[in-house]
Design a protein around this ligand. Structure first.
Ligand code: UDP
Length: 237
């Protein structure tokens, strides 16, 4: 496969076109941002970890019946993926209260929910990714009813799978954000990444944070946490 022009450079990844119009190559960077880009930094080795971790998890999800954009890992930082149109929706599933949920609703971090919650935000940096409900998504014509039903179904399947995988690593899955895309033929697939950048992962025994909150909250040991999560994932598969 031949890389062509860079199509897009985001906060954590570059995306290249290839000689195949249906295939893109994602290149994971070590750059980290938080608070809608206000906080910037580098997490050394993050790009390699996030690339490899996402690929392992997406291949596991495919086996469970969740279609993903994954095609082939090309190198430590680069992966070939299906070209999709990203639905401008961030899909967040929570098992335990943390972050913006705790702040918004005044709930202590760590409160375990009786059942997982799902929420959506409008993927729009200028607006600060505002929270929205199903009807808002339809009013904004972000997706159809059928597409949203599928997105919800897949999101809970992703939660079931990830909870299980992380549990076997001695890690509690607190919450995560995923994104979906639409291929040329209209198929909805899981896209973007699944990594400590996009999941809250707490050590099951100590509740120590092993994710991007270490960067967001200046807790130190960010690289070590990412490396530890990857090490445990490799040992569990
Ligand atoms: N998240 C993300 N990207 C975002 C916002 C959130 O990956 O732009 C992830 C975040 O890492 C956490 C989950 O989604 O695992 C829920 O995040 P929350 O809404 O609590 O927002 P935050 O506290 O991170 O601002």
């Amino acid at each position: 496969m031949e890389l062509r022009n860079m199509m897009y450079e985001g906060k954590a990844k570059k995306v290249f076109e290839t000689d195949d119009p249906n295939v893109l190559v994602v290149d994971y960077k070590d750059d980290a941002t938080a608070f809608n880009g206000l906080k910037k930094g580098t997490i050394v080795g993050k790009g390699v970890i996030n690339n490899q971790m996402s690929n392992i998890l997406m291949q596991g999800l495919e086996k469970r019946g969740v279609p993903t954009h994954f095609i082939k890992e090309l190198s430590e930082r680069q992966t070939a993926v299906k070209r999709v149109k990203i639905l401008p929706l961030e899909v967040i599933i929570r098992n335990i209260a943390a972050g913006s949920f705790s702040k918004r609703y005044g709930v202590e971090e760590g409160k375990v929910f009786k059942q997982p919650t799902i929420e959506f935000s409008y993927k729009n940096d200028d607006l600060g990714d505002p929270l929205l409900n199903d009807d808002h998504a339809f009013a904004l014509e972000l997706c159809t009813k059928e597409e949203l039903e599928l997105v919800k179904k897949y999101a809970f399947m992703v939660n079931d799978y990830l909870k299980e995988v992380w549990k076997s690593c001695g890690i509690t899955l607190v919450d995560f954000k995923i994104e979906f895309g639409k291929t040329a033929d209209g198929t909805i697939v899981l896209a973007d990444e699944i990594s400590p950048d996009t999941c809250r992962l707490w050590d099951s025994k100590t509740n120590e944070k092993l994710d991007k909150d270490r960067f967001r909250r200046d807790l130190g040991g960010v690289e070590d946490a990412y490396t530890e999560v990857m090490k445990r994932l490799r040992a569990s598969i």
